[in-house]
Design a binder for this molecule. Sequence first.
Ligand SMILES: C[S@@+](CC[C@H](N)C(=O)[O-])C[C@H]1O[C@@H](n2cnc3c(N)ncnc32)[C@H](O)[C@@H]1O
Length: 273
Amino acid sequence: MRKRFVGADESVAANRAWWDADADDYHAQHGSFLGDAEYIWSPEGLHEADAGLLGEVAGRAVLEIGCGSAPCSRWLRAQGAQVVGLDLSAGMLRHAMAGAARTGISVPLVQAEAGALPFADASFDVACSAFGAVPFVSDSAAVMREVARVLRPGGRWIFAVSHPMRWMFSDDPGPDGLHVMQSYFDRTPYVEIDRVGRATYVEHHRTIGDRVREIVAAGLELDDIVEPEWPDGHDREWGQWSPMRGRLFPGTAIFRTHKARSVTRTPDHYKVR
Ligand SMILES: C[S@@+](CC[C@H](N)C(=O)[O-])C[C@H]1O[C@@H](n2cnc3c(N)ncnc32)[C@H](O)[C@@H]1O
């Protein structure tokens, strides 16, 4: 495992190139699990139809961030939402266009970076992300602020990331993945590099407390942190997510937040009317 500081521009460049290059393999490996028009939140297989984290979506304006090939966006469209799918990678969005052709369900797609959303203030009722963008950006606080800006008052922002405690363990689905390898408090990013030392893949770590502070600082309110449990009978591994580890500790954290309807800043707290 290689760790070093990686700034915003290098993170974005590395991840755009990575997801462009990896798009075919990612879908060859995970496409059947994700489905053509399904909302799977995480490798534990949690489906939005069962979880209901987004609330009623019919008729709502929904933004999916880091949509990849956009199966979640197509599922939301099929439920009657007005969805926009956003992703950094043209390679991933090409798979989204193929998915639209296959299913006949098409949603507007936007190629953009999550830290600079190309939408007017208060454009969406709901924003969501299943492992899109948030784990990969160096300034996730900026993503929280951007999402808060484009949400209408009362709008929900729900995002799934690798559970922060997984950071301590090696990326191994087997028994080797049960040994603590590094400090939970070490925020140095995980990075893969090419022959000249340039980052080709970057993931950034935040502790649970970091995530909560970034959410609150953006003017959002935290409603829940969902830790999907590994279901009985689910034996499909996805990278470091496996039944063996899933039975012992969480692999995914889903942060459920909303933008307050009206907020007054007071000296020591936010008062919601
Ligand atoms: C693990 S994939 C998840 C894709 C999809 N949500 C799914 O469940 O299959 C991560 C996605 O986030 C996108 N991504 C990474 N960094 C991003 C950024 N800074 N802004 C927008 N999208 C980004 C990648 O291009 C990729 O499509």
